[in-house]
Write a protein of this length. Structure first.
Length: 139
């Protein structure tokens, strides 16, 4: 296993979720009874991240990659962890290492800007990849 960290100044890791309610105060009867102009906005941010490569010591091939986004505690997305498992797949006459499963754990706050408070929602998603085919590119 080899761990790594990527600083925000060189990161290309984008966290992108849609959509979060933003309540903009537009006045009201009094300070205790404001009116709000509700709008839904995406959360898209390039963030620093860290993680680890898991390498088969016999072959030197990457078998797993784990990445954890470093998000601000005030952001509507509190956590995004990704795990990618790689496996050997035969494509045409060649065996190649490709992603075979991806797992993502996310913690988001749908109403982060609500004056009524909020609750963190956590979700786990999984994607499996199969039936890889060679693509012939023609000039």
């Amino acid at each position: 296993m080899f761990s790594f960290a990527v600083d925000k100044t060189i990161s290309q890791y984008q966290v992108n979720y849609c959509c979060f309610l933003r309540l903009n105060s537009i006045g009201g009867i009094s300070d205790s009874m404001p009116y709000y102009d509700p709008k839904y906005e995406p959360f898209k941010q390039t963030v620093p991240f860290h993680g680890a490569f898991f390498i088969d010591p016999e072959t030197g091939t990457v078998v797993r990659l784990i990445m954890q986004a470093e998000l601000s505690s005030t952001a509507p997305v509190h956590r995004e962890d990704t795990r990618i498992d790689y496996g050997s797949v035969k494509v045409s006459d060649t065996s190649v290492m490709v992603p075979v499963e991806i797992y993502r754990l996310a913690a988001v706050v749908p109403n982060a800007n609500s004056p009524l408070g909020y609750r963190e929602n956590r979700s786990v998603s999984e994607a499996a990849y199969s039936n890889y085919k060679l693509v012939n590119k023609t000039p």
